[in-house]
Ligand binder design. Structure first.
Ligand SMILES: *[C@@H]1O[C@H](CO)[C@@H](O)[C@H](O)[C@H]1NC(C)=O
Ligand SMILES: *[C@@H]1O[C@H](CO)[C@@H](O)[C@H](O)[C@H]1NC(C)=O
Ligand SMILES: *[C@@H]1O[C@H](CO)[C@@H](O)[C@H](O)[C@H]1NC(C)=O
Length: 355
């Protein structure tokens, strides 16, 4: 009974671990990228992300959020969401004109890009207060703290001047402050709850092996493909027995359209050393049962030789032998000889006693 319980415990434990994985850090990010081409041409693009998963798009003409997952509204009501939409849209219209109006003062030159990043994080079921930052041409310009903007040290005098202007919008900044401290953490927790079944799903990878482009004469690039797994963390290694192969090269984990992941892990080896290598895959969906695929061994060429070629040669040999034997026999019957007394055909006129 105790033994059974121990077995059960061991079987159940990995599930407990994966639950913890989910409760680990998760980030929610809203990104708004504004491209300034000339005084009358500005382009806005917005999106929202839960780690690597895009949860929201944004219609830059109407300012409406686009809900990409059935659970993308989290636990917010339509009224609450409309309010955030309005705020976001107002910012996306007003802030570009602030840049256009200060082109020479802030030493800006068309074309340039400004990015707004805001979000909050969750860890073990608790969500942090949100943050907000603005970057100019990909480097930090300023960040929002408490209820006002602070220049980034790298931003120089331009950052200080932009802050001065943005800090004049007191009412707007008060609202943003509430958004970051209350709405963002609440929305994130509600989103995680609503999307729980989807976010905690476990999808087993398919694994197969192939060769990549030859790295050189007498060498092979062995490629292990791991496809369609979820969640993202996965451990893959080329092995020889228990030995991890240090030359293992891991590619980037790439997304499939269905939200699962794909990964290639390769190893450059001497062709004659490929035998006995295997690709080992560990993933939470496998419940502790690793996938191990062996590289097709060169022995198997020998096996083909044994199974197909050798019988063929033997068969040919046998045929030849039989053919020779009958041929020889004909010669014997043609040329009477006492050396073949057992031959029934020849005995009739070879055995003088019978004759
Ligand atoms: C909206 O975004 C699309 C591409 O995402 C872009 O082509 C278009 O110019 C944008 N429109 C505005 C008004 O920013
Ligand atoms: C945040 O700003 C408000 C008003 O600007 C101020 O009263 C408050 O003390 C500040 N809080 C912190 C933690 O800096
Ligand atoms: C959404 O869920 C979070 C976490 O459970 C909660 O703090 C928040 O009050 C909820 N918001 C609404 C509008 O129900």
């Amino acid at each position: 009974m105790l033994f059974l319980q121990l077995v059960l415990l061991v079987v159940l434990l990995p599930d407990g671990d994966s639950e913890d994985d989910f409760q680990g850090p998760v980030s929610f990010r809203i990104i708004l990228t504004t491209s300034f081409y000339n005084p009358s041409w500005t382009q806005n693009q917005g999106s929202a992300w839960l780690d690597d998963l895009q949860t929201h798009g944004w219609d830059n003409k109407t300012g409406a959020f686009i809900y990409l997952q059935p659970w993308s509204k989290g636990n917010f009501s339509n009224e609450e969401l409309t309010e955030v939409e309005k705020l976001f849209y107002t910012y996306s219209i007003r802030s570009p004109s602030a840049y256009h109006n200060h082109i020479s003062q802030w030493q800006l030159e068309y074309p340039f890009q400004v990015q707004l990043l805001l979000g909050c994080d969750s860890h073990f079921g608790e969500a942090s207060v949100g943050f907000m930052r603005i970057a100019y041409q990909g480097s930090d310009l300023m960040s929002f703290q408490n209820t006002s903007w602070r220049p980034s040290p790298k931003g120089g005098s331009r950052a200080q001047q932009v802050c001065t202007v943005f800090n004049q919008y007191h009412v707007f900044n008060e609202i943003v402050y509430k958004l970051l401290t209350d709405s963002c953490p609440q929305f994130l927790l509600g989103l995680l709850e609503a999307g729980k079944a989807y976010l905690q799903r476990q999808v087993r990878p398919e694994v197969w092996l192939s060769t990549g482009p030859s790295p050189g004469p007498g060498r092979l690039l062995l490629v292990c493909h791991i496809s369609g797994f979820y969640p993202k963390p996965v451990w893959v290694m080329w092995m020889r027995g228990e030995q991890e192969q240090q030359g293992t090269q891991r590619g980037d984990v790439l997304p499939h359209v269905d939200g699962t992941w794909y990964l290639q892990v390769s190893l450059d080896v001497k062709a004659r050393e490929a035998a006995g290598l295997s690709c080992l895959v560990r993933h939470s969906s496998l419940g502790g049962q690793d996938i191990i695929l062996y590289w097709e061994k060169p022995h198997s060429m020998g096996l083909v030789f044994l199974v197909v070629i050798v019988p063929l040669v033997l068969l040919a040999g046998l045929t030849l032998w039989l053919w020779k034997k009958t041929h020889w026999r004909h010669q014997c019957t043609d040329l009477p000889s006492e050396q073949d007394p057992s031959s029934p055909g020849s005995s009739t006129y070879l055995n003088p006693t019978q004759w």
